[in-house]
Ligand binder design. Structure first.
Ligand SMILES: [Zn+2]
Length: 74
């Protein structure tokens, strides 16, 4: 799906959903530096993106590559 993905983790959540399923939502995670950048009023880039199942709450995948981060940087 994403050829730049370096961690080909294909785990399913508790109810069998996997990355790409509509039940999997993307959650940007902001670390300490993200909070700092918010304070300074500059663009905040998430530290990583968690992909979580909305039904069971399990994170099935995390992405921290620059390309993915960029998509969530506003
Ligand atoms: Zn699930």
């Amino acid at each position: 799906m994403d050829k730049d993905q370096t961690t080909p983790v294909t785990i399913a959540c508790g109810c069998g959903k996997k990355l790409g399923d509509s039940a999997i939502i993307e959650e940007p995670r902001y670390g300490f530096f993200g909070d700092l950048t918010l304070l300074f009023g500059v663009t905040a880039a998430p530290k990583r993106i968690d992909y979580r199942c909305v039904k069971c709450g399990k994170v099935v995948h995390s992405a921290s590559d620059a390309q993915t981060i960029k998509q969530f940087t506003h």
